[in-house]
Design a binder for this molecule. Structure first.
Ligand code: SAM
Length: 200
């Protein structure tokens, strides 16, 4: 069942995600609208990032779930940026070394089994140019008891549907020697974390 939703329907995924998407809008815009150059949108899903890229970004968006990508294809039409979509797995990318100026992986590594997430991260590093910037978004546990109860409740459902794990992305990035963490910022309450890193 793990991650089953991605393979069933991108539309159902989008519907279930509507409420949380309201809170991500501002954050996505802030991160994505200034981006320039060749951008890899890794695990682009239904293309939730697409509306926020500016016209100076040339985006290559990949995901391995066909159903998610069919929604993404529609959404790409609304973007100011030029977007090319490919079905690929992040653990084995078909791109040459040092291809991308920017790598965006929003809510992605936390849905992958640890070994795959590590492999994916090293692939992302490989295809990024030296000094390329990386942007990650993930949920982390809260300092507040009640908020944690809510998160745990949401997560147990999401775990089944998407296979997510809270707070695993930052430790993974810390282990990746070729990445230097530039900034870690809580962007929604104390539960949503934006991690900015740079390829050494
Ligand atoms: C929670 S969604 C996030 C989608 C999008 N980045 C966003 O911000 O809304 C996670 C996505 O990662 C994709 N994914 C998971 N494992 C993958 C893999 N090995 N290769 C490519 N995509 C993968 C899933 O298909 C899904 O679309």
């Amino acid at each position: 069942v793990k991650g089953m939703l991605y393979t069933i329907s991108g539309k159902v995924y989008d519907f279930l995600d509507t409420a949380s998407e309201k809170r991500y809008k501002r954050i996505r815009k802030k991160i994505l609208s200034p981006l320039k150059g060749i951008v890899l949108d890794a695990g682009c899903g239904t293309g939730r990032n697409f509306p926020y890229y500016g016209k100076h970004a040339k985006v290559i968006a990949v995901d391995n779930a066909v159903k998610m990508l069919s929604v993404a294809r529609q959404r790409a039409k609304e973007s100011k940026a030029q977007i090319r979509i490919e079905q690929e797995t992040l653990t084995q990318l078909p791109f040459k070394n040092n291809t991308f100026d920017v790598v965006v992986a929003t809510f992605v590594l936390w849905v992958m089994p640890k070994k795959d997430a590590q492999k994916a991260l090293s692939e992302l590093v490989r295809v990024a140019k030296p000094n390329a910037r990386f942007y990650f978004l993930e949920y982390t546990y809260s300092q507040h008891f009640l908020r944690n109860v809510i998160i745990l409740f949401t997560v147990s459902i999401a775990k089944l549907l998407y296979g997510i794990k809270i707070g695993v992305t930052l430790p993974l990035i810390k282990q990746e020697k070729s990445l230097e963490i530039e900034n870690v910022e809580l962007v929604y309450q104390d539960v949503l974390r934006l991690i900015i890193a740079r390829k050494r």
